[in-house]
Ligand binder design. Structure first.
Ligand code: GDP
Length: 423
């Protein structure tokens, strides 16, 4: 099996717990895009861990974890992430963590430019995570970044880095009127945080090809959701990478036709962090109650997330764009307090009813059209099969499945590892 596990909506769909659950079934777990701009919490018998960069199979001894060519890696962040895991007794070594020679290094000046730009934008800011992701991906496509494999050739890397910094300072000093980036500081940073990864760096395509030929199963773990995809998301309020399953073979370095299935993660209601169009958004007491029930506050910042009912229009689109072959529906238990369950069934775009996800100004102007399904008003966190769910909850699951056009295979009814069932 070569499976992509992806988000269907705006992110925070509860991917962490599904990925943790599913990763057990695969020999190799691979991250294929993004950087440390998102993450998830994994709770296991060794403690609670926040993973931003490492693939989520890192806690399983027999799983090989691969960081793919499509990733952008802040090696300082990765060093700290690994240290915090090692502190709790988890061994991390080159047998069990492989980093692509083609993965891009996210430098301190990328992070700095992210912050400078958000400061310049002031109240027009996008809500960037300020981890340097947009600047480093932009540089990648300008062909002006360094890659993990360059670390293997420091003598060639030095003059190249000097050239890159000279170019970068045109923007830093000329544009933002900031102190110039210093070559010596950047080189010292690479020596401190990057060079110790040399034993982990490999040609991951060769590695994966061998794994596939030997019948190993591989899970491709995406970060963020379909609606944050640079091409198909709510641009410009997207991430700077491709978050969709179609990018998995590219960001991983395997032939496109090898992927066997795509598990899409969607939540029983909607949430969205930061700015940008979020049509199904609810406000006031209704929103506050859902936010509190679902614990929808940013993992890092504690910032309240925007919330709304399940959005059929956005989720059907998410499934389509992801090519989802099966869905995991998370946090169904959160809706148990509601007398009636809100579902956004259509968008009203200036008086026209729309059921295809729009883009641009149409999306910004869309208003939600809500319908309500009967609630079940009882705790369902103990249910371990579909038949154990109350009738109204069964109807809700079946309704969503039909409306979005993709089979629901997993339903989670609590944060605990066992609190889910397969359909
Ligand atoms: P992610 O980044 O996609 O993993 O999503 P979040 O950052 O929003 O994390 C989801 C949170 O919800 C975590 O604290 C999970 O432990 C929790 N969670 C996941 N699935 C369920 C569920 O089915 N029910 C409940 N009550 N909590 C869940």
């Amino acid at each position: 099996m070569l499976t992509a596990v992806v988000g269907i909506n705006w992110g925070d769909e509860g991917k962490g717990r599904m990925v943790d659950l599913l990763s057990e079934r695969y020999d190799v777990v691979m991250r294929y895009q993004g950087g440390n701009n998102a993450g998830h919490t994994v709770v296991n018998n060794r403690g609670k861990f926040v993973l931003n960069l490492l693939p989520s199979g890192i806690f399983r001894e027999k799983t090989v974890n691969v960081m793919g060519p499509g990733m952008v890696i802040d090696v300082e962040h990765l060093t700290h992430e690994i240290d915090s895991i090692r502190e709790k007794g988890v061994e991390i070594n080159p047998e069990h963590l492989v980093i692509s020679d083609r993965a891009t290094i996210c430098m301190p000046y990328h992070k700095m430019l992210d912050i400078l730009e958000e400061q310049r934008l002031a109240d027009k800011k996008f809500g960037s995570t300020q981890r340097g992701i947009a600047p480093v991906y932009s540089d990648k496509y300008m062909k002006k970044t360094i890659r993990m494999g360059d670390l293997l050739h420091p003598e060639e890397l030095k003059p190249r880095l000097a050239d890159l910094i000279e170019w970068k300072n045109l923007t830093v000093v000329g544009g933002y009127k900031h102190e110039p980036v210093s070559f010596d500081e950047m080189w010292a940073w690479l020596e401190k945080y990057a060079m110790h990864f040399i034993p982990y760096i490999k040609n991951t395509t060769t590695y994966l090809t061998d794994a596939i030929n030997n019948g190993k199963s591989i899970m491709f773990e995406a970060q963020l959701g379909a609606l944050r995809d640079i091409d198909f998301g709510i641009y410009p309020y997207t991430s700077s990478s491709s978050t969709i399953s179609a990018y998995a073979p590219i960001g991983a370095g395997i032939p496109a036709q090898k992927l066997t299935n795509v598990v899409g993660i969607t939540k029983a209601y909607s949430s969205c962090v930061g700015e940008g169009p979020f049509t199904c958004e609810m406000f006031g007491d209704e929103a506050e109650a859902l936010r509190a029930a679902g614990g929808e506050y940013g993992a890092a910042t504690g910032r309240p997330r925007r919330v709304g009912g399940f959005d059929i229009v956005a989720t059907r689109y998410g499934c389509l764009i992801q090519g989802a072959t099966e869905l995991a529906l998370t946090k169904l238990d959160i809706l148990s307090y509601l007398d009636k369950i809100p579902v956004c069934v259509k968008y009203d775009v200036n008086g026209t009813m729309v059921d295809q996800f729009p883009s641009g100004v149409e999306l910004t102007e869309a208003k939600p059209v809500y319908e309500y399904l009967p609630g079940w008003k009882t705790d369902i966190s103990g249910c371990r099969s579909f038949s154990e769910l109350p009738k109204q909850a069964q109807d809700y699951v079946k309704y969503i499945e039909k409306a979005v056009g993709c089979p629901i295979k997993y339903v989670s009814v609590g944060a605990g590892r066992e609190e889910y069932f397969e359909m």
